[in-house]
Each structure stands twice: as C-alpha cells, then as structure tokens.
Design a protein around this ligand. Structure first.
Ligand code: NDP
Ligand code: 8X3
Length: 252
C-alpha cells in the first residue's frame, strides 16, 4: 500500500485541490464531505487519472455518531494514515455581536472546532500506533486578526491555532508533525457559503483583487509534506499580494 492521506472537506475548494496534489504525489486518499455525488466524482477522477486508490466517507463532521461510524468503517489496510488535512470548515454570515444568529455561530463552532477535534482524536490513535504522522490544520488570517462581523468565525480559527500548538506539544513524543496553514483570501465556494448562496455578494469579496486560488494552497501543502523527515514547517501565513492582512486590501 502507498502512503495514505485523509482530507476533510474534499468536495470543494482547498480540500479538493489538495487531494489532487497529494494524489499526484502518489498518496492513496481518504476523502470526506457531505456531498456524496462530488466525492464519487472525485474518486473516479483520482483512480482513473492518477492510478491511486481512494476511499470516500460521506458524513457531516458536526455529527459525532456519523463521524465515528465513518472512521470505524475504515478497513485495516487503510488505517496507516500518514497525513491528515483538517480542512473542512466554513464561515456562516457576517452578523455582529449585537445581531445574534445563534444557529450560524453554532454551525461554525461545531464544524471548525468540535468537528476538527472529534475527528482528529480518532485519527491520532492510528498515528500514535504507528509512531508517525503529519497533521495539517487549515487556519486563516482570521486566526490572527478579528474583524467586524467575523467574531465567531475568527474565534474558531483562533481556537484552531491553539489546538495546533497543543497538538504539536502533546504529539511530539509520538513523532507526529503538526503544521498550520493560514491563508488570506482564497477564491473557493467559501464566500458563497458565507453569504448563503448570494453570488453577487460573494463576487464582491474578490472585486479588484487577484485572490489566492485553492491550487496555491494545495501547492503550499505539497511543499510542507515533501520536506525531509527531520524537518517540520510549523506555521505558514499566505496572502494574496494585494492583501496585507484582514483589514488592508489594495483593490487597485
Ligand atoms: P469551500 O466552501 O470551497 O470548502 C469547504 C469544504 O468543507 C467543503 O468540502 C465542505 O464539504 C466541507 N464542509 C463544510 N461543512 C462541513 C460539514 N459540516 N461536514 C463535513 N464537511 C464540511 O471553502 P474553502 O475550500 O475555502 O475552505 C476550506 C478551509 O479553508 C476552511 O476551513 C476555511 O475556513 C479555510 N479558509 C478559507 C479561506 C478562503 O478565503 N477561502 C481563507 C482561510 C481559510 P460539504 O459541503 O460537501 O460537506
Ligand atoms: C477566510 C478569510 O478574510 O474571510 O478565512 O477571514 S477571511
């Protein structure tokens, strides 16, 4: 069996592009997400074009029973997971602290923090058994800056940063590498999801800017996973040239 990578949120954007890059590197892939038709299509592409094996697991990462059933269904020969990409996540809405949308806040917390932790604890068991592995957590500039209307999304990414640091410390003795990738603006389905399907609002986010692409992040992950065994890249902050941070963007 080739090396194995598990990518959460592989149905779109950064997760999908990263899956393809890892397949090109020869990794057999375990791909996850809620939209099964997309997982099936991606599995066919990976197996036909890159001749690697793919296992698709369809579940909502907020649902712990579904997540556990999916992880428990991984056959023994797939359990030696070398790389875990904790990518599934979202921002939902831009409500401010005095304009509460509890359902959206709960969705972000349950997906970006609780879901990431719940799945990680299961995969870490396999990595500890093997005394090797590499966990890559997708954070954000939102894990560094807090901006208006983004408090809860930003809080989730600040939490991802704390979890990353904690994993790095606690898993050190097990020879498990832990990396954080924190992108600025990446044009994916992220803004469409944040604005509840409003394409115009999503397009406006990238007006006058050449944003990062999902491929840019996938290639950054390629660099991270191809370092020698003794090298770990702890943290990468990657921005479009036209964006300084969450507050300053040069729109030409
Ligand atoms: P996309 O919306 O294109 O992809 C998000 C992925 O997450 C999808 O595959 C989706 O799959 C999955 N996902 C969301 N909710 C759930 C859930 N409840 N259960 C299982 N899977 C879920 O956005 P991106 O590719 O941009 O986002 C990927 C990561 O990158 C996120 O963590 C995001 O916060 C982060 N990020 C994005 C930036 C950007 O500007 N785009 C910048 C910085 C960080 P499905 O819907 O099929 O379940
Ligand atoms: C996504 C990028 O700028 O919306 O994490 O926080 S931003």
């Amino acid at each position: 069996m080739n090396k194995i990578a598990l990518i959460t949120g592989a149905t779109s954007g950064i997760g999908e592009a990263t899956t393809i890059v890892l397949a090109k590197l020869g990794y057999n892939t375990i791909i996850t997400g809620r939209r099964e038709e997309r997982l099936i299509k991606l599995k066919a592409t990976l197996e036909n074009e890159y001749s690697i094996k793919t296992l698709h697991l369809c579940f909502d990462i907020r649902n712990q029973e579904e997540t556990l059933n999916a992880i428990n269904s991984i056959p023994a020969e797939w359990q030696n997971i070398d790389i875990l990409i904790n990518n599934a996540g979202l921002a939902s809405g831009t409500e401010k602290m005095d304009d509460v949308r509890w359902d959206k806040w709960q969705q972000m917390i349950d997906t970006n923090i609780t879901g990431l932790l719940f799945l990680s604890k299961e995969i870490i068991k396999f990595m500890v058994k093997n005394q090797s592995g590499h966990i890559i957590n997708i954070s954000s500039i939102a894990g560094i800056n807090v901006y208006e209307g983004g408090s809860v999304y930003c809080a989730t990414k600040h939490a991802v940063n704390a979890i990353t640091q904690g994993m790095r410390i606690d898993l050190l003795k097990h020879n498990i590498k832990v990396t954080s990738i924190a992108p600025g603006m990446v044009e994916t389905e992220f803004s469409l999801v944040r604005f509840g399907g409003d394409q115009q609002k999503a397009d406006d986010v990238y007006k006058g800017v050449t944003p990062l692409s999902a491929q840019d992040i996938a290639e950054t992950i390629e660099f991270v996973v191809t370092r020698p065994a003794h090298v770990n890249i702890n943290d990468i902050l990657i921005m479009p040239t036209q964006q300084a941070n969450a507050y300053y963007t040069n729109r030409g």
